[in-house]
Design a protein around this ligand. Sequence first.
Ligand code: RP5
Length: 162
Amino acid sequence: MRKVGIVMGSDSDLPVIKKATDQLKKLEIPFEVHIYSAHRTPAEARDFALNARKNGFGVIIAAAGMAAHLAGALAANTTLPVIGIPCAGPVLDGLDALLSTVQMPTGIPVATVAVGGGANAALLAAQILAVEDAELAAQLDAKRAADAAAVLEKDAGVLERI
Ligand code: RP5
């Protein structure tokens, strides 16, 4: 199976990345994690994206906050799918990062998840890899069924909680 490449702009993004790696571990999907910044280490970020396909990656997840250009900068240097996670910063609660990540120019797409959406980023990455992996697709179907069952269990018990 191809790996998921995870890049964060700063170690302060780790709590968001942990949500993604927790999901990937549960699904037994191989991944690598790096701290490369579009602004502080642009050469490393560029090299990672340029070489990602030949290094065995199938999809990239990029998390960054504030002027969050990381996902777009990676996407500019690869045609692998790039999933952007906007991270909440100290001033605008992530709206700055959301707009910086999602508003990509035509030709260089970034699939942007919710602010802090580490789990969904991992699940979307899994769904991309599952296009060509029936076993992984079955795991994702089973997770959906388990999640639905958990909601219905709560539905059955909701009156007792009121
Ligand atoms: C972004 O700036 C990082 O992704 C992080 O979310 C934000 C703040 O970085 P630090 O100042 O905490 O390193 O590049």
